[in-house]
Design a protein around this ligand. Sequence first.
Ligand SMILES: C[S@@+](CC[C@H](N)C(=O)[O-])C[C@H]1O[C@@H](n2cnc3c(N)ncnc32)[C@H](O)[C@@H]1O
Length: 223
Amino acid sequence: MSESQAWDAVDAYFTDQLAPDDEITAAALRESDAAGLPPISVTANQGKLLQLLAEIQGARSILEIGTLGGYSTIWLARALPADGRLVSLEYDPRHAEVATRNIARAGLDKLVEVRVGAALESLPLLADENPPPFDLVFIDADKANNAPYLEWALKLTSAGSLIVLDNVVRGGRVVDADDDAADVLGTRAAIELIGTHPRLSGTAIQTVGVKGYDGFALARVLA
Ligand SMILES: C[S@@+](CC[C@H](N)C(=O)[O-])C[C@H]1O[C@@H](n2cnc3c(N)ncnc32)[C@H](O)[C@@H]1O
């Protein structure tokens, strides 16, 4: 077995044992695929990690940047209490439409609101509403804007909130000095911000598996 075959097999084993898709999450993936959405959602075991993090956080309110078909949204929203709230920001109206259907099928439409538009336009509007601090923010949209998303997450959270930033390894490109693509620069800027910001304490972890070589960063808001 090659190394990458082993990564896939172990990923499949962990997912089967610990975080298998159920009818609802499987339908969300199936419908997203049928609608032609790109297969770039988190995996089931990553979705379960998000759910666990939200549960450990005791999250009552969650902000997600990058909805796609609502797959990660469903995992996250499952951690919320009956009076919880999840706001998910999505640029593409077609993605938002599919997500809205998937979220309704999951019975989570009372908790989840999908807002359509460029997140850098939606975030100031959200801030103008003075929402209570979000307990968890999941950033998973256009990677070029990772640092501004992190700055907005800081404005919309308070001490003890958790920020999760997805896809920070990008197959190792994050440390390729010759790679100055917008997604890589945006990811480096966000990692450097986590490392230097006085209100953040964070780390980043590499992952391998069915979606290749990537990783995520976690940052706790300190004050
Ligand atoms: C990686 S996908 C999100 C996957 C989703 N979180 C999941 O795991 O199921 C990224 C999403 O961000 C959206 N997006 C891209 N640029 C955006 C922007 N400027 N504002 C809001 N959403 C954006 C894309 O349309 C896409 O649906």
